[in-house]
Ligand binder design. Structure first.
Ligand code: ADP
Length: 281
């Protein structure tokens, strides 16, 4: 492919079955491509395998069949090029916000071996990230002293502290009230503008997907696979007024119709291959 950059994430014909040959088939013959620097949102009915897809891309689980390639390498264990944030901010309560944000540096190489000698530099970096999401001055607070939205901002900083090339967000704003959530969309967009990571966001919020993503992928009901995609045409930076415009609402409506159809099971279901039955997790 001369002149065409290889996708940063390549999911090829991936199937995933939990719990042995008779277990739950979560994904079936799933294909997905994400370009370097692209922001992709994955939406689909509850239980369709969105979180499973995230676990496979980050190497937390091996697929039952097919291959997952990130940055040109087959994923065969937890990915150090990825930063992750989930619905619950999962801050360690006995650590300050700054210490929580710096946690990945104690785990991920090459930062781990550099941390002791370069602590001041890394602390400065953590402070800058916290300032970027409006948390300057909260570095030495403990998590319980911050609101849910502030903790989620901090958890975003923790996901970004080791300069991940790939940011994986699994319903990161799902537990927040709508105003905080929308503020964080704008903050996340700002952070991505500066750091330019490749992002995969799993969400059930179709407005969130449309506001943030370059492209929205729609999954079928379980066993999940990508059944449709929509390119989001709105220029960046986007502001929240966009969400009240007709083109935005039409795109959200179009996505909603796809999800409703997927929930009604209107996608053709193929029989599982013998491979899926035998290569079970
Ligand atoms: P989603 O994130 O779209 O809600 P998940 O990926 O969490 O869906 O789950 C897809 C399916 O796989 C669900 O039916 C769920 O019950 C099942 N599943 C998820 N994790 C496990 C697990 N560790 N063991 C067994 N089944 C699981």
């Amino acid at each position: 492919m001369v002149g065409v950059e290889r996708p940063f994430v390549e999911i090829d014909d991936v199937s995933m079955r939990y719990g042995g040959a008779e277990g739950t088939l979560a994904l079936r013959h799933t294909n997905m491509r994400v370009a370097k620097g692209e922001f992709v949102a994955v939406v689909g009915p509850s239980g369709c395998g969105k979180s499973t897809l995230m676990r496979l891309v980050t190497g937390l689980w091996p697929p039952s069949a097919g291959s997952v390639i990130v940055a040109g390498h087959e994923v065969d264990g937890p990915l150090s090029v990825a930063g992750m944030a989930f619905q619950a901010p999962t801050m360690l309560p006995w650590r300050t916000i700054l210490q929580n944000v710096m946690l990945p540096l104690e785990v991920v190489e090459p930062h781990r071996r550099r941390l002791r000698a370069n602590r001041a530099m890394y602390e400065e970096k953590a402070r800058k990230l916290l300032a970027l999401v409006g948390l300057a001055g909260f570095e030495h607070k403990n998590p319980h002293q911050l609101s849910g939205g502030m903790q989620q901002r901090a958890s975003l900083c923790r996901a970004l502290i080791h300069d991940p090339q790939l940011l994986m967000l699994d319903e990161p704003f799902g537990a927040l009230d709508v105003f905080t959530r929308e503020d964080l969309w704008v903050e996340l967009q700002g952070v991505c503008e500066v750091l330019k990571p490749t992002v995969i966001l799993v969400t059930h919020d179709l407005k969130e997907a449309t506001f943030l993503a370059d492209r929205v992928l729609i999954m079928s009901a379980r066993p999940g696979r990508i059944i449709a995609e929509r390119t989001v045409p709105f220029p960046r930076p986007r502001n929240l007024d966009l969400t009240y415009t007709q083109p935005f609402q039409e795109l959200v409506h179009d996505l909603r119709e796809h999800i409703s159809a997927a929930r009604r099971g209107e996608e053709p279901a193929a029989a599982p291959s013998p491979e899926e039955a035998t290569h079970a997790a």
